[in-house]
Write a protein that binds this ligand. Structure first.
Ligand code: CTP
Ligand code: MG
Length: 249
């Protein structure tokens, strides 16, 4: 067994401040129930259950405090104890991540941070362990899976029509997921620089890190770790979680 003092202090930022427009409905997707528990409850539970993660910083919409409290109430107390007070997110995912990192910086910076989408409730311990290992070794690491479709790089020339520029070799393509893993100070600096230079709209932290000049590696993701994006994903997640052991309530 390695000395526990030598292990990096790992925290997670969970971004849950989106509106879930593509899924639609009255309630944002992270607060919808799948297999009897809210998506966000499942995501927080999976991260908090990891002995490797000591603290979780949730980022929520300012008007979603009551929904968030309901998710916390569904968590076992030992897991809920790892949650920091939620901080309000911003208009873009990037702004929400930045708010989460600043929250962690105020409450005691970790060595390593995992940034994770609330909309990915299938994250598990094996993926968390790979994220921490790759982030610890390389400083900036994102999970990716091989793509099965051939991908075209296009330029949109009319609604729904793109002119093909290039067909990159599929072997070199990865579909990227979260949790993404970074040395905390490097990612915080990169986000602060983006704010200072008015750069917004990076859809993942890997892209922001690349922009900031960090060398980013891709480690093995998990095909099951889908992001709930469309209404059909929510139905499928409900089915998948309903097959598991009954939810604790
Ligand atoms: N997110 C966030 N703040 C935003 C936008 C997104 O915290 N301003 C979070 C979402 O809550 C989600 C994750 O980032 O957990 C990934 O974003 P996405 O899947 O695009 O979710 P939404 O933006 O909510 O969905 P949509 O784009 O369909 O509106
Ligand atoms: Mg979005």
């Amino acid at each position: 067994m390695s000395d526990s003092a030598a292990r990096p202090k790992v925290a997670a930022v969970v971004v849950a401040a989106g509106k879930g427009l593509r899924v639609g409905g009255d309630l944002p997707k992270q607060y919808r129930r799948v297999g009897g528990r809210a998506v966000l409850t499942r995501t927080l539970a999976a991260l908090a259950a990891s002995p490797r993660i000591s603290r979780i910083q949730p980022v929520i919409a300012p008007d979603a405090t009551d929904f968030f409290r309901e998710c916390v109430a569904e968590l076992e107390p030992a897991l809920a104890n790892k949650l920091a007070e939620p901080v309000p997110g911003g208009a873009t995912r990037q702004q929400s991540v930045a708010a989460g990192l600043e929250g962690l910086a105020r409450s005691g910076a970790p060595d390593l941070v995992l940034v994770h989408d609330a909309a990915r409730p299938f994250v598990d311990e094996a993926l968390i362990a790979r994220a921490i290992e790759a982030g610890g070794e390389h400083g900036a690491a994102v999970p990716g899976v091989a793509v099965s479709d051939t991908i075209k790089l296009v330029e949109t020339i009319a609604p729904g029509i793109g002119r093909v520029h290039e067909t990159p070799s599929r072997e070199n393509l990865r579909a990227v997921q979260t949790p993404q893993s970074f040395r905390f100070g490097s990612l915080l600096d990169a986000h602060r620089r983006a704010v200072a230079e008015s750069r917004d709209g990076f859809t993942d932290d890997g892209a922001l890190a690349e922009w900031a000049g960090l060398a980013v590696v891709v480690f093995e993701g998990d095909a099951r770790n889908r992001k709930i994006t469309q209404a059909a994903d929510l139905i499928e997640a409900d089915r998948a979680f309903s097959k598991e052991a009954p939810a604790i309530s």
